[in-house]
Design a protein around this ligand. Structure first.
Ligand code: GDP
Length: 533
């Protein structure tokens, strides 16, 4: 159907950057996001930052739901166009209880920007999120933020990134002073000077092109001592750091580092320029039985997030689909590979920040919101007919298990439905022990339990409460040898449950029991993650 000339598709692919910002809370992700959107002309969003304690984030329509719930449960998608490129910025919730959502969002990006507070360096959440990026070799550009404040020595920061993340580090820009003495940055890759215009607020200063550090212009623009220090430091950088190598960056082995101050809109355009020039366009997507190349003419995509719609009266949900290949057109019929059914995508949503319209067309790297009644689940693949299954979207073993108790036992069917829908959305894991009538829910963080309880009460009108579960941990189990697997399942039946896809799960009362069972059954695989789908 899409008889599409290859160069057109290639151009659309080449012009897309789908990325996420990862950071520890307070490093400046919200501020940076705002400033990036400013460049994309989505100015009306920039002022609409809500402040509530430490959960500040850029607003989008989805955030209305969050505001009602008082906490952030979603990753918004923000699309903006700047200088001929289309950027899809996927927001990752900063709260650690929602790291699962974040992990899955990171499966839908081609690169990431890691924001570090210049005074704090690498923090716990930075490291965790980085590890997820590493699992998929997601290339990372580092932005050292808050240079307008007292910061750590930049060489110190470089070696911290290098040592703690085991990553080669090459500064793309270098700071001239810091805090009250912050004068600007020197772009090492392009030999340009960017002066920090104190007091000019969000005004974006023009970079001064130089022929090198010995350019006489520099002596006019910088005080002698600052220039001497800069020259010395840049020489050291050139001696100490590996030269920038785009291949090494794109393979996830090296991170270019930009210095700036998001709140002052300083260095943000240069960072965006870095994303434009260095960050990869849509990458091939791992799938079974073959990878999906972005330049293929047939459409393929996968669901990385499901979110309940804003209206609690309707059980509509929106599946966030990352397009992997082809040119998507509204109204197109796509095959839902898990069920084998064809579905017409009539009302897809697009996330252009200034204008969230119906999507008429979308290209690889773009994110579509597809409203549906529960057909689409996290990990599902959509194609134009081919049997492809996107891989690498993990399911994590929950760290907190609770037994669900209904006040009215006659409502158990309702409860089943509510729990299954929550599981489809990825809000919780649901386990049904083979013995007994209770449901067990599992989450990665306590906050998820609170959200779950609130939503079951509000959206399904069910009176229920959670109790301590008699289990401490859950593991998905599998074995290559079918007879062995059957013997194992029979033997441990009292500790078995099924997850909401019917996959067998071993529920351990404590870690001793888990270790013991693992030792007794060395050929059974106990897994803390399971591929979704
Ligand atoms: P997030 O939690 O990572 O989203 O961080 P925010 O963007 O909410 O920023 C946290 C705090 O740092 C806020 O008070 C910001 O105003 C402040 N901040 C962000 N960027 C800068 C910066 O470049 N310089 C200074 N001095 N403060 C900043």
């Amino acid at each position: 159907m899409s008889a599409l000339s290859a160069p057109v598709a290639d151009r659309h692919v080449a012009n897309r950057r789908t990325f996420a910002i990862i950071s520890h809370p307070d490093a400046g992700k919200t501020t940076l996001t705002e400033k990036l959107l400013l460049f994309g002309g989505a100015i009306q969003m920039a002022g609409e930052v809500k402040a509530r304690g430490d959960s500040r984030r850029v607003r989008s329509d989805w955030m209305a739901v969050e505001r009602e719930r008082g906490i952030s449960v979603s990753s918004a998608v923000m699309t903006f166009v700047y200088d001929g490129l289309t950027y899809n910025l996927l927001d990752t919730p900063g709260h650690q209880d929602f790291s699962e959502d974040t992990y899955r969002t990171l499966t839908a990006v081609d690169s990431a920007v890691m924001v570090i507070d210049a005074a704090k360096g690498i923090e716990t959440q930075t490291r965790k999120l980085f590890e997820v990026c590493r699992l998929r070799d997601v290339p990372i550009i580092t932005f050292v933020n808050k240079m307008d404040r007292e910061a750590r020595d930049p060489f110190d920061l470089m070696s911290e990134i290098e040592e703690q993340l085991a990553l080669d580090v090459t500064p793309a820009t270098w700071p001239i002073g810091m805090g009250r003495d912050f004068l600007g940055t020197y772009d090492i890759l392009n030999d340009t000077l960017l002066l920090f215009d104190r007091g000019e607020g969000a005004r974006v200063t023009e970079a001064v092109r130089c022929s090198g550090l010995d350019d006489p212009k520099l002596a006019e623009l910088l005080p002698a001592h600052a220039l001497a220090k800069l020259t010395e430091e840049v020489e050291m950088v050139r001696g100490l750091c590996p030269p920038f190598d785009v291949e090494s960056y794109r393979a996830g082995h090296l991170t270019p580092v930009f210095f700036g101050s998001a709140i002052n809109n300083f260095g943000v355009r240069e960072l965006l320029g870095g994303v434009a020039e260095l960050a990869p366009p849509p990458r091939p997507q791992p799938a079974e039985p073959r990878a999906i190349a972005p330049t293929e003419t047939k459409v393929a995509g996968f669901v990385f997030k499901v979110q309940a719609n804003m209206d609690p009266q309707h059980r509509d949900r929106v599946a966030f689909v990352r397009l992997c290949s082809g040119r998507f057109q509204r109204g197109m019929k796509l095959k839902h590979v898990r069920t084998g059914r064809m579905m017409a995508v009539q009302n897809p949503m697009f996330f252009l920040a200034q204008d969230r319209n119906l999507a008429e067309e979308a290209w690889p790297g773009d994110i579509l919101g597809i409203p549906n009644h529960g057909t689409l689940r996290i990990g599902d693949t959509l194609t134009e007919g081919e049997e492809l299954k996107v891989t690498g979207i993990p399911n994590f073993a929950p760290e907190i298990l609770r037994r669900v108790r209904l006040d009215d036992p006659m409502k158990s069917k309702h409860l089943k439905r509510a729990l299954e829908q929550m599981a489809d959305e990825g809000v919780t894991r649901v386990f049904k022990p083979l013995i007994g009538t209770d449901w067990i829910v599992g989450v990665v963080g306590q906050l998820q339990i609170d959200v779950l309880a609130e939503r079951i009460r509000a959206e399904y009108d069910l009176k229920m409460h959670f109790e301590q579960a008699p289990y401490e941990t859950a593991r998905w189990v599998s074995a290559d040898d079918k007879t062995l697997m059957k013997r194992f399942l029979d033997e441990v039946r009292g500790s078995l449950a099924e997850d909401h896809d019917g996959a067998p799960v071993f529920m351990a009362r404590n870690s001793w029991e888990l270790n013991r069972t693992q030792q007794d059954w060395p050929d059974v695989k106990f897994s803390a993650t399971r591929e979704q789908g």
